[in-house]
Design a protein around this ligand. Structure first.
Ligand code: GLA
Length: 392
C-alpha cells in the first residue's frame, strides 16, 4: 500500500492540507471450511487476509458525510442527520449503514470526509463488504472515542449489512475481519460466539485463491432461499426433537433425518449443514495435529457437499475445483464464501504452485471462456489503525 499516493489522493479530493486524516485498514477474509453454517448456529473456520480496505478519514466542521473511493467513480454526499436514508444500489450504503448504527446508539458525530481504497476484489466471496463495514466501524469508534467493544462493532457491521444494505448474511465475515490474527485461523462457534485462534502452519504448502471472475448474479436471492430452506428443516425436525437450529444435531443423527423430512431438497440442505459442522470439527483437529492431508480431504468433501446437497456452486466454481484436483501437489480445494461464483481456496505444494496456476488457467479457459485471477495471500490481522498520516 502506497500511503503517500493514497494521502495525496485524499488532499486532491478534499483539500485543506492543515487537517490530516487518519488511516485505518480492515482485511478481507477467506473461509477455509464451514460454509453456510454461520446462520445455522454452526462452526466456521475463516482467516483474515493481508488484502482488504484502507480508509482515510477526518472530521470536518460542516454537517455532511462525504464518501469517495479510489475504486468507484461516483462520489457521494449525505447530510448528517438522525435518520439517514439508504441510497438505491450505491456502494456508500456500506459505510452509511455503519454510521447509522452509531447514530442509533445516540453517539454524537460530526461531518466527515472519507476516502476508501480496496485491494480485495469486490463481490468475489472474500468479504469486501464486511471489510468496508468494519474499517468504518473501527475508524468511527476511534476518532470519536466511542469506546465500543470489538464484538459490538462486529454486530453493528452485520446489522448494517442486514438492515441497511439488505443482505441477510450471518456473522462470519464481520467477525473474521474484526478478530483476525496474523498466521491464525479463527475457529468460531456462531451460536455462542466463543472462538479460538488456531495457528496455521502449511509447511511446504501455500494457499492459492482463484477468482472465477464470474459475476455473482443471483447470490442474494439464492442465499435467502437457502436460509428459508434451513428454517423449514428446523420446523419439520421439531417432530423429532426440539431444536433451535440445525447445528444442534450431530452427524450421528443424519440417518434419522429422512424419517422427518420427506422433501428431498430440504433433506439435502439439512444434511449439508450438519455434515459441514462435523467437517469443521475434524478439520480443526487435523490442523492442530499438523495433518494437512486430512485437512485437504475435508476441504474436498466440503465442496462436494456444497455442490451436491446445498447446490451453491455452479459450473465455474466446479470447473476450478475438479480440474484443480487433477493437478499435482494439490492437497485440497473448495469454493469459499456464499458461492454461485466468487473464489476457490486451495492448499497447494509450493513447488507445484506455478504449474497449478498455468494449467488450471488453461483448462478453466477452455471450459468456460473465462480467465481466472490468482492471489497468494498471507493470513493477516483484523481491522485497526495504521500510522498517522502527515500531509505531503
Ligand atoms: C456469505 C455470508 C456469510 C456466510 C457465507 C457462507 O459470505 O456473508 O455470513 O453465510 O456466505 O458460508
Amino acid at each position: 500500500m502506497d500511503t503517500k499516493f493514497f494521502s495525496e489522493k485524499f488532499f486532491e479530493k478534499y483539500g485543506n492540507r492543515n487537517n490530516n486524516p487518519v488511516l485505518f485498514f480492515s482485511p478481507g477474509r477467506v473461509n477455509l471450511i464451514g460454509e453456510h453454517t454461520d446462520y445455522n448456529g454452526g462452526y466456521v473456520f475463516p482467516c483474515a487476509l493481508n488484502y482488504g480496505t484502507y480508509l482515510l478519514i477526518r472530521k470536518i466542521n460542516d454537517n455532511f458525510l462525504r464518501f469517495s473511493s479510489v475504486n468507484f467513480s461516483n462520489d457521494e454526499e449525505t447530510e448528517l442527520q438522525q435518520n439517514i436514508a439508504r441510497k438505491a444500489g450505491n456502494w456508500s450504503n456500506y459505510p452509511l449503514g455503519v454510521i447509522n448504527e452509531f447514530l442509533k446508539k445516540g453517539i454524537k458525530l460530526s461531518g466527515l470526509e472519507l476516502l476508501f481504497y480496496g485491494d480485495v476484489p469486490n463481490g468475489a466471496g472474500l468479504s469486501s463488504s464486511a471489510s468496508i463495514e468494519m474499517v468504518t466501524a473501527v475508524a468511527i469508534n476511534d476518532i470519536f472515542s466511542a469506546g465500543l467493544e470489538r464484538l459490538e462493532l462486529v454486530k453493528m457491521s452485520q446489522r448494517a449489512e442486514n438492515e441497511f444494505v439488505g443482505m441477510n448474511c450471518g456473522i462470519m465475515d464481520q467477525f473474521s475481519v474484526g478478530f483476525g490474527r496474523k498466521d491464525n485461523a479463527i475457529f468460531l462457534n456462531c451460536n455462542t460466539l466463543d472462538y479460538e485462534n488456531v495457528p496455521v502452519n502449511l509447511n511446504d504448502c501455500i494457499f492459492i485463491i482463484t477468482n472465477t471472475n464470474k459475476r455473482r448474479g443471483l447470490t442474494d436471492s439464492k442465499y435467502n432461499e437457502r436460509r428459508a430452506e434451513c428454517e423449514k428443516a428446523v420446523g419439520l425436525l421439531q417432530a423429532y426433537r426440539s431444536i433451535n437450529n440445525l447445528s444442534e444435531l450431530s452427524t450421528d443423527e443424519i440417518p434419522v433425518l429422512e424419517k422427518y423430512i420427506t422433501d428431498n431438497i430440504i433433506l439435502r440442505r439439512a444434511k449439508h449443514v450438519i455434515s459441514e459442522n462435523g467437517r469443521v470439527l475434524e478439520a480443526v483437529k487435523a490442523l492442530k495435529e499438523n495433518n494437512l492431508e486430512r485437512f485437504g480431504e475435508l476441504m474436498n468433501s466440503s465442496h462436494d457437499s456444497l455442490k451436491n446437497d446445498y447446490e451453491v456452486t455452479g459450473t465455474e466454481l466446479d470447473t476450478l475445483v475438479y480440474e484443480g484436483r487433477k493437478l499435482p501437489g494439490v492437497i485440497g480445494t473448495r469454493m469459499t464464501g456464499a458461492g454461485f461464483g466468487g473464489c476457490t481456496v486451495s492448499i497447494v505444494k509450493k513447488d507445484s504452485s506455478g504449474e497449478f496456476m498455468t494449467r488450471l488457467a488453461e483448462s478453466y479457459y477452455k471450459k468456460t471462456g473465462l480467465v481466472p485471477d490468482f492471489y497468494l495471500p498471507e493470513i493477516g490481522n483484523g481491522a485497526g489503525k495504521i500510522d498517522p498520516i502527515v500531509s505531503p
